[in-house]
Design a protein around this ligand. Structure first.
Ligand code: UDP
Length: 317
């Protein structure tokens, strides 16, 4: 297949490039590099089966020749209050890529007769009142809260994708991605895993926002990519959760990172660190992915953290 990946230089996008190339496909990565770093695809430079196009997908997308699949993964995704690459610092760009970017990506898929996949998010569930979250849950999102620039953009993107499926018969997929971590996250994107690992490798105390009782469920990127590949091969058009159901508190995560790195500096609680609307708990119900795709995550948190720490070791100064 000849596959277009928007956001192909980003954390998940670049891992998808590697995987799809390894599976024998030809890949075009499109990215405007506002959040992804070019180092993520440097090792692919010069390959005949790979092409990078620097372009903002919120502007009209032009691709020469046939396409068999469009994977729409472009978007800022970090909720950090301070990181310049987080969606709170890029609110309009985030709304545009979720709305106009999705429209353009769907337009290319329709024109080329290509399969389409939307990278959606557990953020469509907002600060959830149902736990764990099933695909049938409609969510609890404040439409005018600060996180809405991401949450509502992705909810709109899902609606648009379903409209292209129902109206134009585009062969669409929607994946709702829960917290994912691994090599190629940006050290300074403000998300919890790179923050903690960076701090631990510098021998600093880990900044736990609030009292650290909020929970997340962390999926290693290789597991996620396997799920995405299976979903692409399936014929499921309704949203499907991909993530790791193993739920821990942020405080426990911090203690684990300190234990694995041997960081003696402990924790530093930051009472007002949480972004408004920061979900108190999050865990995917993955029974649909299990039943339809025969998929479940395999990598234990401690293993995944070790691999991630190895990657960050070279980048931390
Ligand atoms: N968090 C934290 N310390 C940090 C960064 C994040 O305690 O240095 C918390 C944050 O408040 C949230 C959780 O970790 O409750 C996960 O945050 P992240 O930014 O990774 O993404 P989210 O899961 O909220 O999309």
């Amino acid at each position: 297949m000849r596959i277009l990946i928007t956001g192909g230089v980003g954390f998940i996008g670049s891992h998808l490039c590697d995987r799809l190339l390894a599976d024998g496909h030809s890949v075009i990565a499109m990215d405007n590099l506002i959040t992804g770093h070019i180092r993520n695809i440097q090792h692919l430079a010069g390959r005949d089966d790979f092409r990078f196009i620097k372009h903002n997908v919120s502007d009209y997308i032009y691709i020469d020749g046939p396409l068999d699949a469009v994977l729409h993964f472009a978007s800022p995704a970090s909720p950090s209050k301070t990181a310049p690459t987080g969606y709170l610092q890029l609110p309009i760009q985030t709304l545009k890529v979720g709305a106009l970017g999705t429209l353009n990506a769907l337009g290319v898929a329709k024109a080329k007769g290509a399969r389409f996949m939307l990278a959606s998010t557990s953020e469509v569930y907002g600060d959830p009142l149902e736990h764990p979250q099933k695909e049938t849950y409609w969510g609890h999102v404040d439409p005018v809260g600060v996180r809405s620039v991401y949450d509502e953009a992705k909810r709109f993107a899902e609606a648009l994708t379903m409209a292209y499926y129902r109206t134009h018969g585009v062969d669409t997929r929607i994946v709702r991605i829960f917290n994912t971590y691994g090599p190629r996250m940006e050290l300074d994107d403000g998300r919890v895993v790179p923050n903690f690992v960076g701090q631990a490798l510098r021998g600093e105390p880990l900044t736990v926002y609030g009292d650290g009782s909020q929970t997340r469920s962390f999926c290693y990127v290789d597991d996620l990519v396997e799920g995405i590949v299976r979903l692409l091969r399936s014929d499921e058009h309704y949203p499907i959760n991909l993530g790791n159901p193993n739920e821990i508190t942020i405080r426990e995560l911090a203690e684990k990172v300190n234990a694995v790195t041997g960081n003696p500096a402990g924790l530093r609680f930051v009472p007002d660190g949480r972004t408004q609307g920061d979900p108190q708990q999050r865990r995917p119900d993955i029974s649909k992915a299990k039943a339809l795709l025969g998929w479940e995550p395999k990598v234990e948190l401690e293993d995944g953290l070790r691999r991630t720490i190895e990657y960050f070791r070279n980048l931390v100064k």
